[in-house]
Structure formats: structure tokens, C-alpha cells
Design a protein around this ligand. Structure first.
Ligand code: ATP
Length: 241
């Protein structure tokens, strides 16, 4: 059984179709990348996988369960990091992590995660005093503190400096070593090449490619995933309808 299975997913916002027809399956322990231009439907897709949005058509299953209907059974097993985390201004970094840890049965030791992400020195700093990149970095341990079987990470290194990006990549590599299934939205082809076993490329709400980075570059006769991406998504101004 795949850890994540998306079949003919269709999602619209009012009249606007964000995801036309997307299917993919992610094996247990796989790090799976979701690539695509701005507006391609990546976040909508992963929000449906996370149970935060209800599809208008198709099916999604996570660990054999329905992410929306079985949300309470999946909450302990799935960690979600989205583009923006909402925390009270005054909460301190360590307090936020302790709070999130309290939601889970067997959380990871918060201090270890903070150190791994270079946030150890900020543990007593209030959320409102963190820089944008530090807030972004904090969203990662908040998603992982419950020691999830499936981690959903949306643009986890956007806005991070190169050191923080390396730290974050190392965290994802440790997730892989521990057999965690990772669904990773990214705009960084270097990130996808380094971390992802396979990638799906979305364009205007549809799948245009699904394979390993190496197979895609070879099949299209390109030297890098960047070139593959540009070729597969080269229709300027194309939007779903
Ligand atoms: N809450 C919403 N209400 C209405 N339309 C939305 C909403 N969220 C997304 N959309 C639209 O759905 C489409 C897909 O958006 P989505 O955020 O899934 O794309 P994305 O691939 O994650 O983009 P980005 O790379 O910019 O984050 C876009 O056309 C977007 O304008």
C-alpha cells in the first residue's frame, strides 16, 4: 500500500479550477517532490493530502485513511509544514515547540530539533521578534516534533540563507534515514535533485511529468532538472481554467 495515494484529484475555488486531474502515489519511506510554476496547483494538492481542503473530485488516501474524514486518526501520524505558521506574537520559541509537542503521544525532544535547525540560541525569543527566515525555520520543527510517519513540507527552504538551507536539507535526509515518507513542495531544482527520490511536475493543475530527476533529464536530453522544468512548463501566462 502506498503511504500517499492521489487519484484523479480535482479541486476548484468557485469557478476557478486549481487542480484539474492529478494522480500520483508515494511509497512508504519515499521523499517525493512536487514541482510547478506559481499557481500550478502544488499547495492546493498538498493541502488536500493534509486534509486541510476537501477535493471536489477524485480521492486522496494517506496511510490508508481519508485525510479529511479520518483527520483525528491521522493527526498523530502526519506532520504538516505550510507556507505560513500562525503563532501568538508573545510565545517564545521553546514554548511553541513544547505546546506542539504536548499534542502528540511520543514527541521528539524539542531541544534536539531546535539545535538541528540552528535555532538553539533563539529558544527564549518571542515569536514576534524572530526574523522572517527564523519564523520560517521554526515552522519545520513544529511540523516534525510529533515524530510523524508522513511529513508534508511546503516550500520549506524558501527565504532561508544557505546555512539554514543546508541544515534543513540535513533534517530531511535524517527523516529519510528514519523511513519517514516526505511530500515536499519546492521551487528549487537543486533541492529536488538532492532530496527527492522522484518528482511530479504540475502545470496548470495537471501532471506533466512524474519520475526520478535523473530519468527526466535523460529522457528529455537535458543536462539539469532546471532545464527539464523550463521545457515542461514553458507556456508563459498559462493558467488553469
Ligand atoms: N483560497 C483560494 N481561493 C481562490 N483561489 C485560490 C485559492 N488558493 C489558490 N487559488 C488559486 O488556485 C490556483 C493554484 O494555487 P496554488 O496555491 O495551489 O498554486 P501553487 O502551485 O502552490 O503556487 P505557488 O508556487 O505560487 O505557491 C491559482 O490559480 C490560485 O490563484
Amino acid at each position: 500500500m502506498p503511504a500517499i495515494e492521489v487519484v484523479n484529484l480535482h479541486k476548484r475555488y468557485g469557478d476557478r479550477v486549481a487542480v484539474h486531474d492529478v494522480s500520483f502515489a508515494v511509497a512508504a519511506g519515499e521523499v517525493f517532490g512536487v514541482l510547478g510554476r506559481n499557481g500550478a496547483g502544488k499547495t492546493t494538492t498538498v493541502e488536500c493530502v493534509a486534509g486541510l481542503r476537501v477535493p471536489n473530485g477524485g480521492t486522496v488516501s494517506v496511510l490508508g485513511l481519508d485525510p479529511h474524514g479520518d483527520a483525528s486518526r491521522l493527526r498523530h501520524r502526519v506532520g504538516v509544514q505550510l507556507q505560513e505558521s500562525q503563532l501568538p506574537d508573545r510565545i517564545r520559541v521553546r514554548e511553541a515547540l513544547d505546546l506542539y509537542a504536548s499534542f502528540y503521544r511520543a514527541p521528539i525532544r524539542p531541544d534536539r530539533l531546535l539545535d538541528e535547525l540552528g535555532l538553539g540560541a533563539q529558544r527564549d525569543v518571542a515569536y514576534r521578534k524572530l526574523s522572517g527566515g527564523q519564523k520560517q525555520r521554526l515552522s519545520i520543527p513544529l511540523a516534525l516534533v510529533g515524530d510523524p510517519e508522513v511529513a508534508i513540507l511546503d516550500e520549506l527552504t524558501t527565504g532561508l540563507d544557505p546555512h539554514a538551507r543546508q541544515d534543513t536539507w540535513a533534517v530531511v535526509e535524517r527523516l529519510r534515514e528514519r523511513g519517514v515518507t516526505v511530500l515536499l513542495v519546492t521551487h528549487l531544482m537543486a533541492e529536488a535533485e538532492r532530496l527527492c527520490d522522484r518528482v511530479v511536475v504540475l502545470d496548470a493543475g495537471r501532471v506533466v511529468a512524474l519520475d526520478t530527476a535523473a530519468a527526466l533529464t535523460q529522457r528529455l536530453g537535458r543536462s539539469s532538472l532546471d532545464d527539464v522544468f523550463l521545457e515542461l512548463t514553458d507556456q508563459a501566462g498559462r493558467t488553469p481554467s
